[in-house]
Design a protein around this ligand. Structure first.
Ligand SMILES: Cc1cc2nc3c(=O)[nH]c(=O)nc-3n(C[C@H](O)[C@H](O)[C@H](O)COP(=O)(O)OP(=O)(O)OC[C@H]3O[C@@H](n4cnc5c(N)ncnc54)[C@H](O)[C@@H]3O)c2cc1C
Length: 366
């Protein structure tokens, strides 16, 4: 027997869960997840920060628009961000400041003494920085559960161990089948499959957009000294590392971006070694243990902006993909905007300032 829905969302990571929650009050929604539980892939592996500058100027509006919702629901906690550089990076730090300050983000250009006051044991060659006081930690699991709970309350049907394997368009509807043989029909197919987004589009007979998964590694270190709880999220202005404190330990990434097939991502030894080597060039701390290491796939469209919108050539296929390294911090505004687009609803206070054209998939049509 086939169950009928208005909209089928593929993937129950942050993207699919938030979109299903936003759609649920207005339509009959199916949420299909290939794994045993939602959030197993990239969503469960993030570094959990909300940083207004992260992702570049065209991602800023999505992050900023998401801020009030995240704050109101208690998902942000104060951390502060700090981009650091050496003497040779002074022009880069200035350019960063000039690039983002006009967007209304609170930034301060810092001298060596101010940077050293924030990072104990800082090596002498790190001579400047830009601080971003509004940068925050984000409760990723809490936000994901929040959206799953909202979806449940709105009667969204979540089906796990339900990998979509076929999608045929017939008579203005999708006929969908999962690996285990369940069948569904839906008017709209929303592709929130993260690293698998191009594959899901191909299943549905659409042209893949070139959404490329990239491996990113994080290690959890026990250090002496332990990172102070007040340590800001510290990012290299040249994009070679970032680190932040987490419950008395340090989370450190070498900012790697290795092209990869969609898969259950695992950390590479080389990336772990690079992270530790780069960290040793920043501070004089002793590394006592590598307690954990993990990796996840950040998926990017060719222009590194997310893709939200109906496919220009395949009727009824909606893209909600390419969330890159900012799919958590942009989730509220992105999901609201996408739901309004699918349902043909007017913008609201959260989305009224967003330029949907920037994220529309037809930007890739020659
Ligand atoms: C190390 C790391 C650090 C990060 N740090 C941050 C950060 O600090 N802040 C931030 O905002 N972002 C961060 N990100 C990025 C963020 O995690 C992602 O943008 C976000 O999780 C993407 O969510 P998603 O739902 O698109 O993908 P996923 O969570 O991967 O979800 C996609 C889901 O689709 C399912 N799926 C795939 N194919 C099918 C199919 N055929 N049928 C059914 N289901 C299918 C998969 O099983 C998966 O569960 C980080 C990412 C990494 C890897």
């Amino acid at each position: 027997m086939t169950d009928h829905f208005d909209i089928a969302v593929v993937g129950a990571g942050m993207a699919g869960a938030s979109l299903a929650a936003e759609l649920g009050a207005h339509a009959r929604v199916l949420l299909l997840e290939a794994e045993d539980r939602p959030g197993y892939h990239t969503t469960g592996r993030s570094a959990a920060f909300w940083d207004e500058c992260y992702g570049g100027p065209d991602v800023v509006p999505l992050t900023v628009a998401s801020g009030p919702y995240l704050r109101e629901h208690g998902f942000l906690s104060a951390r502060g961000g700090l981009y650091i550089g050496r003497d040779s990076d002074a022009a880069e730090l200035d350019a960063f400041f000039e690039r983002f300050a006009p967007a209304g983000i609170e930034l301060r250009r810092l001298r060596r003494t101010e940077v050293a006051a924030l990072i104990p044991g800082l090596r002498p060659e790190w001579t400047g920085g830009v601080s971003e006081p509004g940068s925050a930690d984000i409760d990723v699991a809490g936000l994901h559960q929040h959206y799953l709970a909202l979806a449940k309350r709105a009667d969204v049907t979540l089906t796990v161990r339900a990998r979509l394997v076929s999608a045929e368009r017939e008579g203005g509807r999708w006929r969908l089948a999962t690996e285990r043989g369940e069948e569904f029909s839906a008017g709209v197919l929303a592709n929130a499959a993260g690293a698998w987004a191009d594959g899901v589009a191909a299943l549905a007979g659409a042209r893949p957009l070139g959404i490329a998964p990239m491996l990113r590694t994080v290690v959890q270190l026990r250090t002496d000294p332990a990172p102070p709880a007040t340590l800001p999220l510290t990012l290299d202005i040249r994009g070679q590392f970032y680190f932040k404190p987490e419950s008395g330990r340090l989370w450190l990434s070498p900012h790697d971006e290795t092209p990869c097939e969609a898969c259950d991502a695992a950390p590479e030894e080389l990336a772990v070694a690079e992270a530790i080597d780069r960290f040793g060039r920043v501070v004089d701390w002793r590394i006592e243990a590598v307690e954990r290491r993990w990796a996840g796939l950040r998926s990017f469209a060719p222009d590194r902006l997310p893709v939200y919108g109906f496919d220009p050539a395949r009727e009824g296929l909606f893209w909600f993909a390419g969330q890159g390294g900012y799919g958590i911090q942009t989730a509220p505004a992105a999901a609201r905007l996408a739901a309004q687009t699918i349902l043909g609803m007017p913008r609201d206070a959260m989305t009224e300032r967003l330029d949907a054209v920037l994220y529309a998939p037809d930007r890739f049509t020659a």
